[in-house]
Design a binder for this molecule. Structure first.
Ligand SMILES: [Zn+2]
Length: 96
């Protein structure tokens, strides 16, 4: 999975309100293939118990929790997502 695709998936998790904080630094993330637990450590690093994280040390769930805790990063991704949505609309308009 490309990084951009992973960012997009993470953003959709946030937008779809599929992340629930269950205790301090512990999040319940409802992904496409199951519900996972993401733990955010005091140093800011995150771990997830999904199979993807086990092999690649990164996944959209942990990325989403990271984004939630970095408002500046989230804001820039929101802007980026808005841009590509507008771009898609433009394409639809020209096809009409
Ligand atoms: Zn995960």
């Amino acid at each position: 999975m490309s990084l951009n695709r992973m960012i997009e998936k993470a953003y959709n998790l946030i937008k779809g309100r599929r992340i629930e904080q269950i205790s301090d630094g512990v999040y319940n993330v409802v992904g496409e293939h199951g519900t996972y637990i993401v733990v955010r450590k005091i140093d800011g690093s995150v771990t997830c118990n999904c199979p993807g994280f086990a092999t690649k040390k990164k996944c959209s769930h942990s990325l989403a929790v990271m984004m939630l805790n970095q408002p500046a990063l989230l804001a820039s991704i929101k802007r980026e997502a808005g841009r590509s949505e507008r771009h898609r609309e433009k394409i639809r308009e020209t096809k009409r």
